[in-house]
Design a protein around this ligand. Structure first.
Ligand code: BEZ
Length: 234
């Protein structure tokens, strides 16, 4: 029989659809999440130390992500009962960096057949052909993949960066701007490049509120409060 081939999902693609069993019941992805941002992330295996530190951190931050209209969905190629046992152990036994009694309330997908992991390019055989790498997919409310980050088995994710990416994507959409290196809410944002000689001249002659490094690279202020008012509706 011919082996099925999988192409890696890319930024701008529609998130591939799947139905799955999870620790919170069955899900139909991404339809069940329409209208919300979703972070779909994979981890290599249950009952492993890096993954445990990540799950405690993700669960502790879930409210913060939810407040930015973002739901979390985890996946590993382990089975449902292993997931349940691991999440119970996390709650009952693990204290990590002051986080204890942590309940994981977001769904953790069982993917014993590896079908979802293969579809999303989470299995990268150079790293491991039996364990998913640490993939992170940011999917927007219309079901479009907007950012993909991969980490290897040996390196836990940076959760400040995951939150920064989420807020950054929402800010870029809401204010029609781009965001410079290391941008954080409150930093200046990049305005679309001048589309005519007249606009380029005006910007270079300092006739606007913008700061221009050259005609094609201009920034403007965007207050942190305005970012959070828009993104977090606060
Ligand atoms: C871990 O999560 O600790 C881990 C999982 C797979 C390989 C290496 C580390």
């Amino acid at each position: 029989m011919e082996e099925k081939t999988y192409s890696m999902p890319r930024i701008g693609d529609k998130a591939p659809e799947f139905k799955a069993v999870t620790t919170q019941g069955n899900i139909n992805f991404p339809a069940d999440y329409s209208g919300s941002w979703v972070i779909l992330f994979s981890h290599p295996a249950d009952f492993t130390p890096v993954c445990t530190s990540e799950f405690i951190t993700f669960a502790s931050l879930e409210k913060k992500f939810n407040e930015a209209n973002c739901k979390l969905v985890g996946l590993s190629v382990d089975g449902l009962y292993s997931h349940i046992a691991w999440l119970r152990t996390i709650k009952e036994k693990i204290e990590y960096k002051g986080m204890k009694n942590v309940e994981v309330n977001f769904p953790l997908i069982e993917d014993i057949t590896m079908e979802v992991a293969k579809t999303y390019g989470m299995l990268q055989p150079g790293e491991s052909s039996t364990k998913a790498v640490r993939a992170v997919f940011f999917i927007d409310p219309k079901g479009i993949i907007r950012t993909i980050i991969y980490y290897p088995l040996s390196l836990g994710r940076n959760f400040d960066e995951l939150y920064r990416v989420l807020i950054g994507l929402q800010t870029a959409d809401a204010f029609s701007v781009a965001l410079p290196a290391d941008w954080r809410p409150g930093d200046d944002v990049i305005v679309p490049t001048a589309g005519s000689c007249g606009v380029a001249k005006e910007r270079m002659e300092n006739k606007t509120e913008m700061k221009c490094y050259d005609w094609f690279f201009c920034t403007k202020k965007l207050d942190k409060e305005d970012v959070f008012k828009t993104v977090l509706k606060k």
